[in-house]
Design a protein around this ligand. Sequence first.
Ligand code: AHR
Length: 504
Amino acid sequence: MKCKSTVHKLFQIGAIDRRIFGGFVEHIGRCVYNGLYEPTHPDADADGVRNDVAELVRALDMPVTRYPGGNFVSGYDWKDGIGPREQRPARAEYAWEALETNEIGVDEFMKWCRKAGTAPLMAVNLGTGSLKDAQQLVEYCNFRGGTYWSDMRRKNGALDPYGIKVWCLGNEMDSPTQIGHKTAQEYGRLALECGKMMRMVDPSIELSLCGSSSVYMPTYGEWDSQVVEAAFDTVDYLALHNYFGYAANDRQAFVATPSILEWNIGNMVAICDAAAAKRKSPRRINLAVDEWNVWYRGNYKASPENIWQPGRSLNEEIYDMADVLVVGGALMTMLNHADRVKIGCIAQTVNVIAPIMTRPGGGAWRQTTYYPFLYLSKYGRGVSLAQHVDSPVFSCDNPYIPHPVAFLLSSAVYDEAAREIRVFAINRSLDEEMEFSFDMLGFSPSGVADAVEIHHDSLDAVNTETEENVRPAAIGRDRYRLKDAELTVSLKPASWNMFRIALV
Ligand code: AHR
C-alpha cells in the first residue's frame, strides 16, 4: 500500500508544549508504595526512593507529573502526609480499598520529582475536601514564609517555596463513583470559587477544570459545556481523560482507537470556544489530557485477600506490541493538536497501567510502551507541522470512530534549533507493508540522521524483567531513500517508526 504525508515549512500547527510528555503518580496499587518508593530495596536511597525507577523516569524526560490522584485525591487529606513520619496517621483509603500509611506526602513527592527530573501538577481534593483545604495547600507549597502553613513547610525542611504552577481542581467529578461526586452545576461553581481562593494565595498559578472522565459517560459533552460555562473566567485548561481498550480483542479496531482521542479533542475545543464566543472573548481555554493510556486488562478493585493493604498490586497491565501502536498513536494525536493540547499525562508512571514495571526487591524494566514515549518525548520538540495525508482507509465497528480510519498515522515536527525535521509514522495495516513517502516542501534536507522502528512479528509480544522482546531497532539504509526533499521508506506491517532528517 502507498501512503504519503506532505508538509510545508510555512504550514505550522503550533509550538509543542513539552508538558504533553507528562506522567502521573497516584497513591494506588504499587505506583507509590512498592513502586517508586521501596525503602527495603537494595537500590533505594536514604529517603526510600528506588534509584533504578527514578532513572527510568528521568530518561523519559517528563516535564510534569500529576499527583496525588486520580480517584485517590477525592478522599485525601494532604495534611495527613506532612511532618514527622512516625506521627502520620494510617487511614483506610476508600477509592482503591487500600491502607494509606502516609509515609509519602507532598514533601516526599517534591523530593522524588527533583530526582526523577519532573515537576508536580498538583490536584486538590474537591470530593471531600474544602475550599479552605485547597487554599491552604497552595499556601503550604507556594507561599514564601511568615504564615502558619508556609512556615510549616519551612519547618518540614523546605525553606524555598515549591512554586507549583499547574493545579487540578479535583478529579473526575462527573463520575457517580467518584468520592464526593457533584452535579455539573455544583462542581462548576465550586471550581470557580476554589480557583479564586487559590489564586488569592498565588496569582501566578494555572488551573485545570475536570472535564468528562470518559467519552462513554452519559453526561459526556453536556457536563463539559456546563462546567466550562460556570468556570470560564478562572480556568486555563479543560482536563480530559481518555483510556483505550474498546474492542481490544479486534486488533484492527483497537489500533484505530487514537481516533477516539482525536474526536474527543475536537469536541472539547468546540465546547471551550463556544463558551468564548458567547462572551465575545478572545480568551482560549486549552486542553490537558491529564490521564490517558491503554487500559482494559487490569484488576480494577482489590481482591478479598489484599483489601486494605498498602502497596499491593492493582491494574498491573502488561503491555504488548499492539499497545505500542495505540500509545504512540495517542501521543502523536496530541502532537497533531499542539495548538490546543498543552498538557498530557500518561496514566500512570510506575506499575499501575505504566510504562515502567518493578519487582519488589528485584529489577525495574521498560514495558513495550516505554519506547514510543521515549522517542516522542526526546524528539517531539519544536513546532508541529500540518500535514496533507494520502492513505487508504479501513472502517471498524466502533460507534466512537464515526469515520473510516487511515492506515497511516503520522506526525511531523520541525526543530529549528536542532536543524531537523522528524517524522513519526505508524503503519496500522496488520498484514501489509506500507510504502511511505514524506515530502518536505520548503525545507532543504541534507540526510537522514536516524531511522528507527518498533516492530515485532507478534502483536502479543511483551517485555519482562529478563527479556526485552519489543525494543527499537535501526531501519537499514537499504529500506529508505532521500531524494531532494522527499523521503521514501518501506514500513513493516503494524510498526511504529521515527525518522530524523537533518536540514542544510
Ligand atoms: O488512573 C487510574 C484511575 O483512572 C484514576 O484514579 C481515575 O482518575 C481514573 O478513572
